[in-house]
Design a protein around this ligand. Structure first.
Ligand code: ATP
Ligand code: MG
Length: 592
């Protein structure tokens, strides 16, 4: 083992700045007994207490030495697996000239940090780099022979998040792996997408992190098929729906709902009847007033899809999913109408819209309305609703479709039930199509000599959020429990009694041996009581703890895996080799 020491020089004495190993007395271990009050989740509290990160301002953190080492580990795993997948690393600037974003219309993205240089020229701080990479590619890639190619970087991103949260989970500044694939057609793009997906699976596996791959919405990035890697956790901000039987999982924003809804025939139900509902607007107010359950009301949401008027009908106890509605309509987005627009169309205030007698409006009803035949709707008159309404009889529906937000218990498309869980989005992969290449003129010549836009994919993984997700799902009341692949040090070593010379000598020799073995070891040689060192070791979460103590009299030494509850004694003889072997085996297990 050389650790970059030239010619295999055996001793670290010639190389005091061995990055692999450290003495705590020369290191920076600012652990805290109490978490600062700002801490919002277990992982946030622990990263602060263990001295991995320090808050600078809301959503802005310093990585302290332990945190940086762990971040570097995550970064390196990501880099290695990206390289193995055939992606090529580059580095783009943080300062992005505004005119590049203007080419794709992303100059108005909400989270953008804008700045100007001394001449007044506008720049954005990079929040993701589709425009910059497409600009590179349009300069250099001109032929089908230049593809496929996937380029990536690992770099700090800036987003002016409205609600920065929980440390590295949602920062205004955060480190991201972002990759971009360039292909001649959709099929080749799918191949590149699949290669990245497999690389992601290996990355998270090497970090010992279980993830769920979910169908997702594209958001500001745009494009088509895309999936998220979710870590299941109550601390997550995303709602995920999972059909445990089939494994189908999707972000609630994206989740399809199945189920066979039979179209009701308006048989013998009573006629629609106009009723007064003075100042009752919300589903709760109206149904309470009429002494009905929310599922007996159909709400009418008025929206604009471009210049078209849309009335979306949703059962009272359900929510519209506007992204789904837009997808069903084949438009980029739908916007709720303003109060003035609602008044212009219905002649009534917001809260009293209904489908009966609506003109110049496309009526789209959620599938759950299909079997309903006696319900309440707004009457398009202030303070009035209709009761005993039937679709098809009292108004016609232009289209029934799945347009509502999926929730716990809904039927899944494959026949099972959807279960709602919470997730932390650690990665997101997209097939972009030609959105950016077409807008920016990144084209290539086909073998037939035609000019076509390049087909792109993009792939993001939050380095800091991933580290924090690991902590969120892997800790106990004493602290962090890290896998060897991510821990800032693989082994922590100390003596039970700092005054005991024999223990000290042994610790020193194990320290040197472990360095020789290529093990990343922290020797906690601080002038502190053993109790403090035990506590810090548990808090920081080194995978293996080695203590030179009284057992030495019996020719033994105590070791303890952080993830196990019991310590064990190993032979003092060849202890370093035994420890090194254990660490290497554990690493191999994760790499397998
Ligand atoms: P979110 O929905 O959580 O805001 P996003 O969908 O906007 O994230 P992407 O553009 O898909 O994020 O970014 C790729 C990855 O970068 C995400 O999967 C996540 O791991 C990470 N990431 C995004 N925003 C942040 C942030 N503010 N702080 C830390 N990591 C982030
Ligand atoms: Mg995302």
């Amino acid at each position: 083992m050389t650790f970059g020491v030239p010619f295999g020089t055996p001793s670290f004495f010639f190389f005091p700045y061995n990055h692999q190993a450290m003495r705590a007395s020369q290191f920076f271990l600012p652990t805290l007994r109490e978490a600062p009050t700002e801490a919002e989740t277990a992982s946030h509290r622990l990263l602060l207490r263990a001295g991995f990160i320090k808050r600078v301002s809301a959503g802005v953190y310093s990585y302290l030495p332990l945190g940086l080492r762990a971040i570097d580990k995550v970064r390196q795993i990501v880099r290695e697996e990206a390289n193995k997948a055939g992606s090529v690393e580059l580095l783009m600037p943080t300062l992005v000239p505004f005119e590049l974003l203007e080419e794709t219309g992303r100059d108005t993205v909400e989270v953008l940090y804008k700045t100007t240089d001394r001449t007044g020229r506008p720049f954005a701080l990079g929040f993701t780099h589709e425009e910059v990479i497409t600009d590179i590619v349009r300069s250099f890639i001109h032929s089908y022979r230049d593809m496929p190619i996937t380029l990536y970087q690992i770099q700090t991103k800036f987003r002016d998040e409205p609600r920065p949260r929980a440390g590295l989970m949602r920062g205004k500044e955060f480190i991201m792996y972002d990759a971009y694939s360039f292909d001649i057609d959709e099929q080749a793009c799918e191949t590149a997408y699949e290669a990245q997906k497999q690389a992601y699976i290996r990355m998270f596996q090497r970090m010992g992190l279980e993830t769920l791959i979910c169908d997702a919405e594209a958001g500001d990035i745009g494009g088509g098929m895309n999936q998220e890697f979710m870590v299941i956790s109550e601390a997550g901000e995303d709602k995920v729906l999972l059909d445990e039987k089939t494994g189908y999982a999707a972000n609630a924003e994206r989740c399809d709902i199945g189920g066979d809804y039979e179209l009701a025939m308006p048989a013998s139900s009573p006629k629609a009847e106009l009723v007064e509902t003075p100042n009752k607007r919300t589903v709760e107010e109206v149904t309470e007033f009429l002494n009905l359950k929310p599922e007996h009301l159909v709400k009418t949401l008025l929206l604009k899809a471009g210049d078209k008027n849309i009335a979306a009908l949703i059962r009272g106890d359900h929510e519209l999913n506007p992204l789904k509605l837009a997808r069903r309509l084949g438009v980029e987005k739908v916007d709720l109408m303003s109060a003035e627009q609602v008044m212009a169309i219905t002649g009534a205030d917001v809260g009293f819209a209904g489908p009966i007698g609506l003109e110049d409006t496309i009526i789209i009803a959620d599938n759950a309305i299909k079997p309903m035949k006696d319900f309440v709707v707004g009457a398009n008159r202030d303070d009035m609703h209709y009761m005993h309404v039937c679709h098809t009889r009292d108004f016609s529906v232009d289209m029934f479709d799945d347009i509502r937000l999926a929730q716990d218990g809904d039927p899944s498309r494959s026949g099972g039930r959807l279960k709602e869980i919470k997730g932390i989005e650690v990665g997101h992969i997209f097939q972009l199509g030609t959105k950016y290449s077409a807008a920016m003129g990144a084209t290539f010549t086909t073998p037939e000599g035609d000019i076509q836009p390049i087909v792109m994919g993009c792939y993001g993984l939050g380095i800091g959020r991933t580290l924090q997700a690991i902590v969120e799902v892997s800790h106990d009341e004493n602290g962090i429990i890290l896998p060897v692949s991510v821990a800032p040090f693989e082994v922590v070593l100390f003596t039970a009694n700092a005054e005991d010379d024999a223990q000290k000598q042994k610790a020193e020799s194990i320290y040197k041996d472990l360095i020789e073995e290529g093990i990343e070891v922290l020797w906690d040689d601080r002038e502190e009581r053993a109790g403090v060192k035990f506590k810090d070791a548990d808090l920081i979460g080194y995978p293996l703890r080695v203590v030179c103590g009284r057992a030495m009299h019996e020719g033994k030494i105590e070791i303890k895996w952080r993830h196990k509850s019991e310590s064990e004694l190993i032979d003092l003889e060849n202890a370093s080799q035994t420890i090194a072997k254990m660490i290497k085996e554990e690493k191999q297990r994760l790499n397998a």
